[in-house]
Write a protein that binds this ligand. Structure first.
Ligand SMILES: [Fe+2]
Ligand SMILES: [Fe+2]
Length: 324
């Protein structure tokens, strides 16, 4: 009975702190639901960064110039870094990174649906930077104010890098649009293919997103899926106009009364299919990640052996060290 009362008091104290915009740190008491929600969200985010290296990594060896290759290489490396910060943030909640990787390759945890689409031409690299990193920025800027300290702090740096990613994509597309008719066609084709999947990155419509309200009450999320999607559309339409491409949505028009763009309904059955494993590249992405994990086994073993040796050394000189 006492335990229940204590829990209620702790819970109330927690809710108050969060409502007052105080940061929650790893050693603070937190409700189990809060911890679980964060682990799920941060792990899914980390997995997306790591899986997201594949569609673009696919073009590293075929970049059209040294400059484009250097930019793409830097971007893909940034994404690896984002994955690492986020796995570290998840570990502060008492889970192990190895366990999260296992859950990813066993498909018990998800990653963003967007990375299950193929990158067919180099224009896709530009469109991913522009639209996919652009959508990621819309999603992630509010997360810099997430109530969980380690997550919020990781997001600050990630967002700075995401803005470079978006700009490199847009600059690549601008260059292609100034090029030949074939290059302009490639940009339009890539825009046509990536537009709807980018809108789906914000998740299902609010009416179909049961966890949103709790996440907002806990200040993990700051805006609903539909609010973020609208923000992204409003931000992107003028950019498409400046670029000279057409967004593939006949319903897209500015609504003076609302002060926002109206837009068509994404095909939610496609999102469900892709999330449940049946997208164009799901199998390939997970198989590639599993293979990389297997190939990296010797590195993990060597690192663990090295750490054990260091630990043994720091606990006193060994006979081996004395004789050296
Ligand atoms: Fe990233
Ligand atoms: Fe990025």
């Amino acid at each position: 009975m006492t335990e229940t009362l204590d829990d209620t008091a702790l819970q109330e104290h927690f809710e108050h702190r969060v409502a007052a915009e105080e940061r929650v740190e790893p050693r603070d008491w937190m409700p189990e639901g809060y911890r679980k929600t964060l682990v799920r969200q941060i792990a899914q985010h980390a997995h997306s960064e790591i899986i997201g290296m594949q569609p673009e990594g696919n073009w590293l060896t075929r970049a059209p110039s040294l400059r484009r290759k250097a930019i793409l290489l830097a971007k893909v490396q940034d994404e690896a870094g984002h994955g690492l910060y986020l796995y570290s943030a998840a570990e502060t909640l008492g889970v192990d990174r190895a366990e999260l990787t296992d859950k990813l390759i066993d498909q018990r945890q998800k990653y963003s649906s967007i990375f299950n689409y193929p990158t067919l031409t180099f224009a896709d690299i530009g469109v991913i930077g522009w639209l996919v990193d652009g959508a990621a920025i819309c999603n992630q800027v509010p997360l810099c104010r997430s109530s969980y300290g380690p997550y919020a702090r990781a997001m600050v740096r990630i967002c700075k890098e995401e803005s470079f990613h978006q700009r490199q994509g847009y600059e690549l597309l601008m260059t292609m649009m100034r090029g030949s008719p074939e290059q302009r066609e490639m940009v339009q084709d890539a825009t046509d293919r990536w537009w709807w999947p980018s809108l789906m990155m914000f998740g299902p419509p609010d009416g179909d997103s049961p966890n949103t309200q709790q996440s907002m009450a806990w200040r993990i999320k700051r805006h609903t899926n539909d609010e973020l999607r609208q923000k992204f559309v409003d931000m992107t339409v003028p950019q498409a106009e400046a670029l000279g491409v057409t967004l593939p949505d006949p319903e897209l028009r500015y609504d003076d009364e609302r002060g926002h763009y109206d837009f068509g309904e994404p095909d939610w059955s496609e999102l469900k299919r892709v999330i449940s494993g049946d997208g164009p590249c799901n199998e390939q992405r997970v198989a590639r990640r599993r293979e990389a994990h297997e190939r990296g086994r010797w590195v993990r073993e060597a690192a663990a052996a090295h750490a054990a040796k260091q630990a043994a050394r720091s606990s006193g000189p060994t006979s081996e060290e004395v004789t050296r």
